[in-house]
Design a protein around this ligand. Structure first.
Ligand SMILES: Cc1cc2nc3c(=O)[nH]c(=O)nc-3n(C[C@H](O)[C@H](O)[C@H](O)COP(=O)(O)OP(=O)(O)OC[C@H]3O[C@@H](n4cnc5c(N)ncnc54)[C@H](O)[C@@H]3O)c2cc1C
Length: 465
């Protein structure tokens, strides 16, 4: 696709729409919009302009202009993505939602919250909690990520086992379409069978089907009590073997997280804080909720007994601040160890987790690279960070695709897929085109072509046209 440039005439029109102050074209000011959380020079790409609209009407006007002139528009949240999805590799405009950061309404009667896309995830959680509600979306990046980014990536996180991913929290979505029209998909509705579920199509579409400008989120009653248990095992296999046993015990935990020993040590070193059994342990962190101390205790006793019967070294009631700080530091700790690393986001049927973790160990040895693993173990989602460390760049760039090819051949053999929650973006585009079902890709391309005939909305992401 041949795109037009953002020349002086276009800049003037953009300034007319959002105000001169909110159209950035200086290279220095464009730097924050030139990358997401994926590190490495090859993933950096400066847009021609960054535009910071404040209202849906401004977003729509920017998109109409871009559609008329055939200029790429890349919607952007906080830029914490792990898929190079918010970066303008085809040039054009990065449309930042950072000024659209209002909590518009907390509707008690319908138990929903209406927010603009640039509200931080943690602010949504805090605003819900202040009114006695739970907003159940909780990606580990929640202190930084925006709700619009969460919607566009269908972010998962550490409450997904019980409450699902972001798509399960979103009831309504105002979208500016690639042609600059405004539509409300869904609404304050708990159910709907009124034609195609376009809202579910837009969620997880990584900004390729429009810009989310308003989100209606489901609120839940805030659970009275939460407890985190840390079960420590002598091997990865023993740790992961406990997951189905917990799930079969009639308990619905919030999450069951796995951390491998190398990952634990890396986090310990990064935080400068001793973590229990870091010398020999593999962690399973289980969070449970209950309405009373008794209800919590019953669940914890069951989990403790199961873990002990399965050879745990120790089961502790975890200090939530400490254990979640350690778990949430995983990405940053790996980055501190090796600025360049590849964060894989494998998803497999839950029974495939032990084999996947074991296979990652084999691949690490075969290719001579360090691989640290954590997993949202009860939703089959393995985060494997492959570290470049001291490997020369050329050797890294040679090895990584070969390792990934072997890894995803294995993963697809198990019935798994490329991404559980981070998305495809630009980063996994070649792997997507290689491993996705061709019919599935054909359907996705047909949808894209129908809704974005000029191909301006976040082009070159997920798949190529
Ligand atoms: C330390 C760390 C921990 C993380 N933990 C998790 C985790 O637990 N679970 C998880 O799922 N992810 C996690 N991530 C990945 C990332 O935080 C999520 O993908 C998050 O949802 C991205 O939000 P963002 O606002 O930063 O979006 P961005 O990175 O800015 O954008 C991501 C995608 O969303 C699109 N987009 C953004 N806003 C809009 C909008 N308003 N309308 C349309 N499209 C839009 C962009 O075009 C892009 O395709 C983690 C990342 C880091 C760095």
């Amino acid at each position: 696709m041949k795109y037009s440039k953002v020349d002086d005439r276009i800049v003037a029109e953009l300034q007319e729409i959002v105000g001169a102050k909110y159209v950035l074209t200086d290279r220095e000011k464009l730097e924050p919009y030139s990358h997401d959380a994926v590190t490495g020079d090859k993933h950096v790409c400066y847009p021609e302009a960054a535009v910071l609209p404040a209202t849906t009407a401004e977003v729509a006007a920017v998109v109409r202009l871009a559609n008329r002139e055939v200029i790429p528009v890349v919607p952007r949240g906080a830029g914490t993505g792990y898929a190079c999805a918010a970066v303008a590799y085809e040039g054009g405009i990065v449309l930042s939602t950072e000024r659209m950061n209002g909590i518009l309404e907390i509707d008690d009667a319908n138990m929903v919250m209406v927010v603009e896309p640039g509200v931080r995830t943690s602010e949504v959680q805090e605003a819900a909690a202040a009114k006695g509600y739970l907003y159940a979306g909780e990606p580990s990046s929640g202190d930084s990520s925006f709700i619009g980014g969460n919607v566009a990536t269908n972010a998962g996180g550490i409450k997904a086992v019980k409450y699902g991913t972001t798509r399960h929290q979103v009831l309504g979505l105002e979208l500016v379409t690639p042609e600059g029209e405004v539509v409300m998909l869904g609404g304050k509705l708990r159910k709907e069978t009124t034609g195609y579920s376009l809202i579910q199509l837009a969620i997880g579409a990584e900004g390729t089907l429009g810009v989310a400008t308003k989100v209606i989120l489901k609120l839940l009653p805030k659970p009275a009590k939460v407890m985190d248990l840390l079960a420590i095992f002598p091997s990865a296999a023993a740790a992961i073997a406990i997951v189905p046993k917990i799930m079969h015990a009639g308990i619905t935990p919030l999450c069951v997280e796995f951390m491998d020993n190398k990952g634990i040590r890396c986090c310990e070193e990064f935080l400068g804080e001793k973590l229990p059994h870091s010398e020999d342990g593999y962690y399973i962190i289980v969070s449970v909720e209950g309405e009373s101390d008794e209800a919590l205790e019953n669940q914890c006793v069951t989990i403790d007994e199961l873990c002990e019967a399965n050879g745990s070294l120790e089961v502790l009631v975890a200090d939530p601040a400490k254990i979640w700080k350690a778990r949430k530091s995983f990405g940053e700790a790996n980055r501190a160890r090796s600025l360049i690393f590849s964060a894989e986001d494998i998803v497999v049927p839950i029974a495939g987790i032990p084999d996947t973790v074991a296979y990652l160990g084999e691949l690490g040895e075969k290719y001579g690279v360090t691989i640290h693993c954590v997993a949202h173990a009860a939703d089959g989602n393995v985060h494997a960070d492959i570290l470049k460390e001291e490997l020369p760049l050329a050797a890294w760039e040679d090895k990584l695709p070969k390792l990934q090819e072997e890894l995803y051949t294995f993963v697809y053999g198990l019935g798994g897929k490329l991404s559980g929650e981070h998305g495809i973006g630009r980063k996994r585009l070649e792997l997507m085109e290689k491993f996705a079902d061709p019919v599935e890709l054909k359907m996705m391309r047909a949808v894209k072509k129908a809704l974005d005939p000029r191909g301006i909305m976040n082009p070159g992401k997920i798949f190529r046209m």
